[in-house]
Design a protein around this ligand. Structure first.
Ligand SMILES: [Zn+2]
Length: 469
């Protein structure tokens, strides 16, 4: 700043460029969406000062009208989807949800295909693609077909609760989000903007319990992310209605097995006997606790433990048995838990700490720590924040409430996590809002179908450049 003030010409240049920018921002021909996008991309003003408009462009008004007109049909489609059981392990049901959604994509000019999940032991994924005029921004849309409610769940049907909400398995997480996605795409078509984007939608069949190997189960998603510039996730997100997700912690599973030297308990601590497997596992967990509980929002939780003379553990069922005697030094112990980090750096730091602590041993014991990176962290990048600012501005321009970020401590892992680092920017939580997901009380606010549909469509219109038709 000092240099500028010292030099009159620089001041002039600064004033000129500012006034040119201001003219751009206020020009009646420079539509608000363009101006906002430009300001955001240039990073000139903080988001709160971005052109406080105002109104929607003509195509954006058509978007709003289209979403409103499509609302009743969207509720009907949602009811149909919710009434198809698609617990992750009900492969036929997951496929049936894909078959119910595919025609909606096809009517909008998408080509659809089914990616069979046999090689990762799940149903598979629905993939829908549309390249438009072949020059637009490349946007990846993420959904999922499965729910946590298997056919033996008592919770199977769509049920109205008052005029504006409905209860049902997966209604918010996330059959509602898939419907919001279609509603928004339909509105873009009606506004004549769909050709100005290149779109890939990947609706996975195993979000709630992903298949293994995870690299195979998410190959379609990561391939699409490598192609895309921007990723938009239509998960429901936390219960607050006017938030979106710019960061999600990852989810890593770990297993720790310790061993000791069996002996009569009266000999414990003697040099040739040592401490035993249970002391060793307790030492490691205690040191994990002290080292990993001070790096928020990292969380670290041992969920199940068995220890004694003979131990069994089924890592798939998360169930085990133990036999031991009070007068015998424990021979083995086993513990399984999770780890949730916000950034790849935080995850790497935590893993290095865990391996270092597990490698120290009490006398005559051993420990083997296995770490399985399930969902990587979806870190809060500048690009993600800009995308949220664009969504928020569009929402205000449409006369809807502002949209803020979710505290990542409240957002679990989701499929968008797999696109982290592969796209310029990503945003999740664009789906149907509700409450009590994953429980038999899962309820959605049906009025949010239109709100979220408008927000998503206006966001995509602005990403498309919003050219008038
Ligand atoms: Zn979900």
């Amino acid at each position: 700043m000092a240099e500028v003030v010292d030099h009159p010409l620089s001041v002039l240049c600064l004033l000129r460029s500012l006034s040119a920018f201001c003219r751009l921002m206020t020009s009646s021909r420079m539509r608000p969406s363009r101006a906002s996008t430009l300001a955001l991309l240039l990073g000139v003003f903080p988001f709160t000062q971005v052109a406080r408009s105002q109104s929607l462009s003509e195509p954006e008004r058509r978007i709003v009208a289209s979403v409103d007109a499509g609302h009743a049909g969207a509720v009907e489609l949602l009811e149909r989807l919710v009434n198809i059981n698609s617990g992750t392990h009900n492969f036929a049901g997951v496929r049936a949800v894909a078959d119910a959604l595919a025609p909606g994509f096809q009517r909008l000019g998408f080509t659809t295909r089914w990616s069979d999940g046999a090689s990762w032991n799940r149903a598979g994924h629905l993939i829908a693609e549309r390249r438009g005029n072949g020059t637009g921004r490349k946007v990846l849309l993420i959904g999922h077909l499965d729910t946590v409610f298997e056919p033996d769940s008592p919770f199977q049907r769509f049920e109205r609760v008052g005029a504006d909400s409905a209860r049902g398995p997966g209604i918010a997480d996330m059959k509602g989000g898939n419907v919001v996605m279609l509603l928004a795409l339909g509105a873009l078509k009606d506004a004549g903007l769909l050709d100005q984007l290149q779109l890939s939608a990947v609706l996975t069949g195993d979000e709630e319990d992903s298949g293994r190997p995870i690299a195979d189960a998410r190959a379609d998603l990561t391939r699409a992310a490598d192609w895309a510039d921007i990723a938009l996730g239509f998960e429901n997100g936390p219960e607050a209605p006017h938030v979106a997700v710019i960061a999600r912690r990852g989810s890593t599973t770990w297993w720790l097995r310790t061993s000791g030297t069996p002996s009569h308990s009266s000999q414990v601590f003697r040099p040739e006997v040592g401490s035993g497997a249970i002391y060793e596992v307790a030492r490691i967990l205690s040191q994990f606790h002290d080292s990993l509980s001070t790096d928020p929002p990292l969380t670290f939780n041992p969920g199940v433990i068995v220890g004694g003379t003979t131990v069994t553990f089924d890592a798939v069922q998360n169930r085990g048995t133990a036999f031991g005697k009070t007068n015998v030094v424990a021979e083995s112990a086993y513990v399984a838990g999770d780890l949730r980090a916000l950034t790849p750096e935080q995850l790497a730091r935590a893993k290095a700490t865990m391996q270092r602590l597990a490698a120290r041993h009490y006398p005559r014991t051993n420990a083997v720590l296995t770490i399985d990176d399930g969902y990587p962290p979806f870190a809060p990048t500048e690009g993600n924040r800009r995308l949220l600012a664009l969504l928020d501005q569009g929402s205000r321009d449409a006369g809807l409430p502002p949209v803020g970020p979710v505290d990542p401590a409240r957002a679990g892992a989701a499929d968008i996590s797999f696109v982290a680092g592969r796209v310029e920017a990503g945003l999740d939580g664009l789906g149907l809002k509700g409450r009590a997901d994953h429980t038999v009380h899962e309820t959605a606010d049906l009025t949010m179908l239109a709100v979220q549909g408008k927000r998503a469509a206006i966001l995509m219109a602005r990403l498309a450049g919003g050219r008038e038709q």
